[in-house]
Design a protein around this ligand. Structure first.
Ligand SMILES: [Zn+2]
Length: 426
């Protein structure tokens, strides 16, 4: 090869090495990207979301996105993804990125140009491999790590359906939309309470992971659980008056496979529409049976933790059935979280909330579907704090602050008793 030709070949390779270097992958716990249809051209990355919920009105939509981009050090790529086929609203949304999958940051920019949502940073990536997601991931491995910490608490105990190690059953596994084998996973359930507390106690159920991609709900739930296990006096008070029945990840296969509503076993079905008849759902059947056995089929409260996908003009909220609007819990939560709205929504019979309220379900007095947004500003500390405030509000609900009249009555009675006892001693 002539010297000049060799020079130009090297120059071309040098100039092109960054564009050739960016590679995309998603083959890890809760990863989700249609890598085969995504393309890279220089530093422009055109992403295609996986359309994993095959129910007919939604089969052409994607929602959850989580992938690894390699070969990005020193580059400032622009990522494009369909706005049209996103199920939700990307207006004002920011994707997040992390080099270690623990510390996440929002991208500097996220803009919509008609059919395309585009996100990018002002400065180049500082490491070669970066993880990028629609919002804070909560892979199944995080549930498993959290379980190992939970299991060490003196306030955690197995439920009646325990098979050992706080496992109450197993999911069904299956083959996902990419042809991958998804192995069955452990389903967890446990109680949080003060084993020394006696007398009748409230029964409160906490559930998470119902919808595969609603990771924000799992973060808030983790915040609530960690608070309940803490030394905080309110947490101790809650353990004194209530037994908590916790099912932290009721749909592990959907989460691990990177699905957004269905599961590999039931890709066309919305996981939160079959709690009244879970035929064909190995996971839901096992969790539902455990919920019934563990609680005796009669609870006071259910909190089902979910996540939402915009628009970000809508605050975080929790759904109640219309008859429960203005509940004591809503009033209490407003003291801690004034921006979170209580909203009325008639539940559908297959929702966990509705089944929990029903006479053939858990006969719950109150049931809430708590929704948390991946809005800019909501990272892990914020979601943890919201979860803790759900617990504080519940304490205020279960152990109301006495009315002033009651305090006056009690004080008067105490003073009267003092003088009465004193006169008897004299
Ligand atoms: Zn949901």
């Amino acid at each position: 090869m002539a010297r000049t030709a060799r020079f130009f070949l090297l120059l071309t390779l040098a100039l092109c090495s960054p564009c050739l270097a960016i590679e995309l992958s998603q083959d890890f716990d809760s990863g989700s990207l249609n890598v085969a249809q995504s393309t890279v051209s220089s530093t422009t990355v055109n992403l295609v979301g996986r359309k994993t919920w095959t129910s007919s009105p939604y089969a052409s939509y994607y929602r959850w996105v989580y992938f690894e981009a390699s070969g990005v050090q020193g580059l400032t790529p622009t990522f494009n993804i369909s706005n049209t086929y996103f199920l939700g609203s990307l207006g004002g949304h920011r994707y997040v990125y992390s080099y270690d999958r623990e510390n996440w940051q929002f991208f500097d920019h996220g803009t919509i140009a008609s059919s395309t949502y585009r996100f990018y940073n002002n400065t180049p990536f500082t490491q070669d491999d970066v993880y990028i997601a629609y919002s804070l991931p909560y892979p199944l491995s995080r549930t498993e790590e959290h379980m190992s910490r939970v299991a060490a608490s003196p306030f955690v105990a197995p439920t009646a359906s325990d098979l050992g190690s706080l496992v109450i059953g197993h999911s069904g596994g299956g083959t996902d939309d990419l042809g991958r084998t998804i192995s069955p996973h452990d389903l967890y359930g446990y109680t949080i309470s003060d084993p020394g507390a006696t007398g009748e106690k409230f029964k409160v159920m906490l559930a998470g992971g119902n919808h595969s991609c609603e990771t924000m709900g799992n973060h808030a739930l983790e915040g609530m659980i960690d608070f309940l296990l803490s030394d905080d006096p309110i947490a101790a008070g809650l353990r004194d008056v209530a037994d908590f029945y916790v099912y932290p990840q009721v749909n592990p296969d959907g989460r691990v496979a990177g699905y957004y509503r269905g599961t590999p076993q039931n890709p066309s079905k919305d996981y939160n529409r079959y709690w009244n008849n879970p035929t064909g759902f190995t996971d839901m059947t096992a969790v539902r049976n455990a919920m019934l056995l563990d609680t005796g089929g009669d609870i006071d409260y259910l909190f089902d933790f979910h996540g939402m996908f915009g628009p970000w003009s809508r605050p975080d909220y929790f759904d109640v059935v219309p008859g429960d609007l203005g509940s004591d819990f809503a009033l209490a939560l407003a003291e801690w979280e004034p921006d979170i709205l209580e909203t009325a929504s008639a539940a559908e019979p297959g929702m966990l909330r509705d089944w929990a309220l029903s006479q053939y379900g858990l006969k719950a007095e109150h049931a809430y579907t708590a929704e948390f947004g991946a809005r800019p500003g909501n990272l892990e500390p914020e979601l943890d704090a919201i979860g803790a405030n759900y617990a504080r509000a519940l304490y205020r609900t279960l152990v109301p602050v006495p009315e002033p009249a009651v305090i006056v009555y009690v004080l008067t009675a105490a003073v009267a008793w003092f003088f009465f006892a004193g006169s008897r001693r004299a």
